[in-house]
Design a protein around this ligand. Structure first.
Ligand SMILES: Cc1ncc(COP(=O)(O)O)c(C=O)c1O
Length: 395
């Protein structure tokens, strides 16, 4: 049977990268002791008050159609939280609630892009962006970054790629996979580019609550940016709620309205019991959330401390997020080969940087998604793998 051209544009999901993860699951099923550091799913459970709120809401009969845009109270909470943190003046009408940041990025792309448009995205990049923009018939124009510069985006490199076809710049700070964040100075330069060339900015801020160095900046708060920025965030990472599918877009009111129409065609809103649970997540200052954040910071510090100085490898300390990139180039193996050897020989599953873009070639991505004892064990195995490769190389 025949399928639409769209089906071909959305099938590039970094499938090769996930081969390692799938193999790790297979090994685990066979009883092999595998440390699974290849995914970005928090190992914490959702804090109990959020779960109770969902149960109470279900028992209260909140099982009907909901407001397609998201409940007004939830949108108001999202707006005031954003305003408090960024200084940007917004209200519930600027917000639409969608099932996760993933859906929000997809929906915004559908409302901003036409076939032939170009989207500038810094790589290494989150693997689904290519398919998301491909679905619109738009093409991704990658901006290279450099490990020597902590994978930070240089505004001049972005400027050099702007053409008459450029419609959107997408930036993700802190970044998946690199954990790099953008400084105020960089954001100001990037904002000036958007204004000068009349571009949209999609700011994917899903790791903003997990920033450990410096202050998170929402570029929508910079002069001239409110009317051209779609700010995307979710509860997935900050509140260990990946499976609940709660995310949102904050942007100009006409964009929020277009997204509402799209949601009407496609989703019909989020379940009210999920939104009522999200309300608790946003309104209550839950100690569990602060504890998880602190735990991620400690895990990052532990991995960087344990791996620095180990022959053949070099961790690049991230500003934030849930991952640490490690340069394995000195071992003489490419990152995919190193990751395969690490899994088969040492039982640690990580992703190869190449999956996220050529700038991350020769690096592996370690997910901070197991406790500190297990991470310490993983670091030891990674160091042994590198040491053994160096020995072979020197022999
Ligand atoms: C950069 C980035 N954006 C978006 C998402 C999707 O998040 P959500 O679970 O909110 O859809 C992820 C998930 O890993 C991510 O890393």
């Amino acid at each position: 049977m025949r399928y639409s051209a769209l089906t071909q544009r959305i099938d590039g999901d970094g499938a090769a990268a996930w081969r390692i993860h799938d193999r790790a699951l297979e090994l685990r099923e066979q009883g092999v002791d595998v440390l699974l550091l290849s995914i970005g799913d928090p190992d914490f459970d959702t804090p109990l008050p959020i779960i109770h709120a969902a149960i109470d809401s279900l028992l209260a009969g909140d099982t009907h159609y909901s407001d397609v845009r998201g409940t007004r109270t939830l949108r108001s909470s999202i707006a005031s939280r954003h305003q408090r943190r960024s200084g940007q003046l917004v209200d519930a009408e600027n917000v639409i609630v969608l099932p996760g940041a993933q859906c929000a990025v997809y929906s915004v792309a559908q409302c901003l892009l036409d076939p032939g448009d170009e989207v500038i995205v810094a790589e290494p990049m989150y693997v689904t962006y290519e398919g998301v923009f491909g679905a619109c018939g738009a093409s991704v124009v990658p901006v290279a970054v450099h490990p020597e510069n902590g994978f930070r985006v240089e505004p001049a490199d972005v400027a050099a790629l702007i053409t008459a076809k450029t419609r959107v710049i997408l930036l993700n700070s802190p970044n998946n996979p690199s954990g790099a964040s953008l400084s105020l100075k960089s954001w100001q330069a990037l904002a000036a580019l958007c204004v000068r060339h009349d571009l949209w900015l999609i700011s994917d801020e899903v790791y903003s609550d997990l920033l450990f160095e410096g202050e998170h900046i929402s570029p929508a708060s910079l002069p001239g940016m409110a009317e051209r920025t779609a700010t995307i965030n979710s509860l997935s990472k900050s509140h260990a709620m990946t499976g609940w599918r709660v995310g949102w877009m904050i942007g100009p009111k006409p964009l929020a309205e277009h997204l509402m129409h799209l949601s009407l065609c496609m989703l019909f809103g989020l379940p009210d019991f999920v939104q009522n649970a999200a309300q608790v997540a946003l309104d209550k200052d839950l100690p569990e959330v602060a504890l998880m954040r602190e735990e991620y910071r400690q895990r990052r510090d532990l991995v960087c401390a344990r791996l620095s100085g180990c022959p053949g490898i070099r961790p690049i300390k991230p500003d934030g997020g849930m991952f640490v990139m490690v340069d394995v180039r000195q071992t003489g193996l490419g990152a995919q080969d190193f990751a395969e050897r690490l899994l088969e020989g040492y039982g640690v599953s990580v992703l190869a940087g190449e999956a996220f873009g050529p700038s991350a070639a020769g690096h592996i991505r370690i997910g901070l998604v197991v406790d500190q004892a297990r991470l310490a064990d993983a670091c030891q195995r990674i160091a042994s793998c590198a040491a053994q490769l160096l020995q072979v190389r020197r022999a």
